[in-house]
Design a binder for this molecule. Sequence first.
Ligand code: ATP
Length: 359
Amino acid sequence: MSETSKTVAVIEGDDASPEVIQPAVELIDQMNLGINWTYPAVGEAAKAETGKSFPDVSRVMIDEADTTLFGSSSGSSGASLFYLRWGKQTFANVRPCLHLPGCSSPLAHPEGIDFVIVRENLEDLYVGVEGPLADLTPLNLVGRTIRKPIHELGEGRYAIKVITRQGSERVIRFAFELARTRGGQKRVTSTQKHNMLPATDGYFLEIAREIASQYPDIDFETFIVDDFACRMIIQPQHFDVIVMPNLYGDILSDGAAGLVGSLGLAASGCYGEDYAYFEPAHGTAPDIAGQGIINPTATLLSACMMLEYLGFGDAAARLQGAVASVYAEGKHLTPDQNGTASTLEFCAATAQRLGIHMP
Ligand code: ATP
């Protein structure tokens, strides 16, 4: 192994996920970039072997790797995902929405869609503080809109939304830096519900405005999230980089995948200060597991982001170009894209364009 070689920890995930991760790894391995692949055991397999679904040895393998390629997980590999996200503080979830000519979009004119959602990845409603309303009685919290103590509403539950200065600053700055490096329109849009949630989402917007003033070369605009959702559908080509709190980003990035045709096209990378991991934005597609028809595009495009992160920018561009060329030709598309090809046929067509033979 050369000194510059990189190590990628691979977690294949559950249900249909290994059906896309395995051929993606095989394809990239055949590109001869000198990547060393390691396979931390997680989930049911790890539990059967060690009694734990995320044993220490697997955590160390993730720590020692330069990055992790993560297949989607259902419950059993969840602990490893929590580690990759909160343990590694991967605060910026980057979800590109790119129209590849030839892909089957529900829009009449999807040409030129090329924006990136940067979703804050660690806080907001995802801090995981929920419980019965009765627990809040000692705090005597009076709702601004309901104008009475919320524990007087009767039986119910609450969840806490947290927006911190540090968490917002770092993800918003990440979005501005990304806008600088992309060849796009050099525009950052922030979106949140600042009218109804002035103390939290209003704070996010206040920080976005502060940071925008430090980037005079980047256009800044903001929309209330419901307005943004409509604009994203009506005029998706307007957007370049869009930054938002966690929950909105989770929902709207799946919506964005719909604009270009399928969750099977949606790539994703989660970046922290000193670690990043990459995973397709879709779930484990349990309804099509075992059929060999899951679309590998989201995984291959996530792998492109990973190669870029590892310093293999040329290889990332070649792989993305090969995927785009498979769509342009349109002969080897999977059923979610109105084709009849299997996952492996799509991968083989991609490999062929790279001059690689897939066994
Ligand atoms: P999870 O709980 O893991 O998120 P889910 O079924 O709720 O699973 P997804 O796995 O994202 O959510 O699947 C939603 C729908 O999109 C399913 O019908 C699935 O088959 C389809 N889908 C998701 N990813 C792909 C893909 N890569 N190729 C084809 N169809 C896909």
